[in-house]
Write a protein that binds this ligand. Structure first.
Ligand SMILES: [Zn+2]
Length: 252
């Protein structure tokens, strides 16, 4: 690594768990961020700043005035512009060493392969369950690790599905047959602005740990944060043998 690179990432490298080897892993990593909204904003900023080699961003939405309450990568000049394009400009200024690839489209079963392709890790911060199920299914099939974060009003959560490490997938935790609310969004329920910062930054922290191979990952565990009570807790999760995606007893 040249001196500018060493200086830029010195605070990572000084962490003995990361060191030069962990930083090299970060520099070589390819991470996809699904959703350039409240969770995606802080996640992609910290991943870019930390030196992830390539970041893909998926979102077809445009910046609106009501986004500015929590999506801190955007400002009033960005209203009406595609989120992924605005994000790319900011992230390129933050760290020109990170390659940013944008996907201004709605993720679907038809394009999931083309988009997720060969990324090492997927961060799902999307705002709907249908996207989450498509992503989870694809990550199971292709054995791609998936970090998912979600927020609602005052509460947030983060967990990791690692298909290579026999862990509970998104469907195990939130089975489609239970009819989780599809479309219950911030626009309907409201959300505390900094909550997305907490959860998005947690996603970035877990992603960095996973890529650099340090610390305990959230495999078979979930972090729940309740902003109203100020409590953060970590719970065990478990595989469901009847899970329709990863279960050994699935019926379909
Ligand atoms: Zn499962």
């Amino acid at each position: 690594m040249d001196s500018k690179i060493l200086e830029r990432y010195s605070r990572n490298i000084l962490l003995r768990e990361i060191g030069g080897m962990g930083q090299k892993r970060l520099l070589a990593s390819k991470v996809l961020v699904i959703g350039a909204g409240g969770l995606g904003n802080p996640a992609m900023m910290y991943l870019t700043a930390s030196g992830v080699g390539k970041i893909g961003i998926v979102d077809y939405d445009k910046v609106s005035l009501s986004n500015l309450q929590r999506q801190v990568l955007f400002d009033v000049k960005d209203i009406g512009k595609l989120k992924v394009e605005v994000a790319k400009v900011h992230l390129n200024l933050l760290n020109p060493n990170t390659r940013i690839t944008t996907y201004p489209k709605e993720l679907s079963v038809n394009n999931v392969e083309e988009i997720i392709g060969d990324y090492d890790l997927v961060l799902d911060g999307s705002d709907n369950f249908s996207t989450r199920y498509i992503v989870n299914n694809y990550c199971f099939q292709q054995k791609i690790p998936l970090l998912f974060g979600a927020i609602s009003q005052w509460d947030g959560q983060v967990s990791l599905y690692d298909p290579n490490n026999h862990s509970a997938c998104f469907e195990c935790l939130f089975p489609q047959q239970d009819n989780f609310e599809i479309g219950a969004s911030c626009s309907e329920n409201g959300v505390l602005g900094p909550l997305v910062g907490v959860i998005g930054a947690l996603m970035a922290a877990e992603a960095i740990k996973f890529v650099a191979r340090v610390g305990n990952t959230l495999t078979n565990e979930i972090i729940l944060y309740e902003a109203l009570s100020g409590q953060m807790r970590r719970y065990k999760t478990s595989l469901r043998s009847d899970c329709q995606v990863c279960g050994v007893k699935k019926t379909s």
